[in-house]
Design a protein around this ligand. Sequence first.
Ligand SMILES: NC(=O)c1ccc[n+]([C@@H]2O[C@H](COP(=O)([O-])OP(=O)(O)OC[C@H]3O[C@@H](n4cnc5c(N)ncnc54)[C@H](OP(=O)(O)O)[C@@H]3O)[C@@H](O)[C@H]2O)c1
Length: 323
Amino acid sequence: MQEQPPESGTVSTAQYQRFGPPEVMLIQEVAVPVAGPSDVVVRVAALSVNRIDTAARSGRQTFLTGRRFPQRTGLDFSGTVIAVGSQVEGIEPGQRVWGFLGTDRLGRRGTAATRIVVAADLLSLAPAAAELADAAALPLVGLTAWQAMEELKVEAGSRLLIVGGAGGVGSVAVQVARSRGAVVDTVSSARHEELLRRLGAASRFEPGAVPWQTLRGRYQAVLDTTGAHLWRLRRTVAPGGRLVTISPAGLPISMVSKALPGAHVSFLSVRPSRTGLSALADLVDGGQVTPIIRARFALADIARAHALVETGHGQGKVVVDVE
Ligand SMILES: NC(=O)c1ccc[n+]([C@@H]2O[C@H](COP(=O)([O-])OP(=O)(O)OC[C@H]3O[C@@H](n4cnc5c(N)ncnc54)[C@H](OP(=O)(O)O)[C@@H]3O)[C@@H](O)[C@H]2O)c1
């Protein structure tokens, strides 16, 4: 392993000994993680808090987390490479990186720590145009938005409707879609109007007053991030168009809709992707995607960050600064 001297014998990490409210998370010192030949050791600058993190902490993802404690939190990160395994190519100590761990070992590993060990294929170089601590707002939601745009085949001239356009995923999806030349409408509350305009959205519909009749068959692509209007959203899809939901609340409809005439609702689950991270970094460096950050907290205050995310309201991301 090509390595710089470790800064200390332990790592500060956020973890919990039982499921429960945000306060169950404690910052504790644990042994320095052991790295394998395909791994990269990263000094974490920041991470974002995602709804899956708060669901895991409260015990609503036990099919992924299991019930063994302690459990850790955090799935994405930005940081600086400290060391690389002997089989890792293209990554060197000192480089700025970002990444997304994937959800398969949710709870059993976490990025809310001063130092983490990550498989090299789960990270890429971070965008040069963003502060490292700001870039942490993007990996999980950015990959979700990017993969949704791929699945929806959004391209120049596509007319796209995004439900929840100002949220963590929605605010990146608007930007990725605009970078492809799509015309983007959103269903989002009035308090997000200014942000959505700045991101390039064309029209905004108030969630309780969407003119569903006039939107019939209007969109080649629809991205739902809320699960709220899915039956009616199906009718807004143009012939041959696509509808993707990322909301767990949309899962039952996605299964039922397969057997029905009309647009299918497909559920997308974000996957780790080095290619996707690199594409996202290029968009940030090209000025087409900017991290939207609603609030930031120190690692010691991660419970407050979780509490804010749990409200399910707001614009962009909540970031936790580690360095
Ligand atoms: N499947 C996957 O791979 C994947 C990946 C990432 C996230 N997710 C899930 O996707 C969902 C959204 O994630 P997120 O990170 O974007 O959440 P978020 O940051 O909490 O944003 C949610 C947004 O939805 C808006 N909203 C809520 N109800 C609405 C409605 N009825 N109509 C229009 N807008 C509404 C909220 O607006 P207000 O502020 O006005 O309330 C808020 O801006 C969560 O359930 C999350 O778990 C899934």
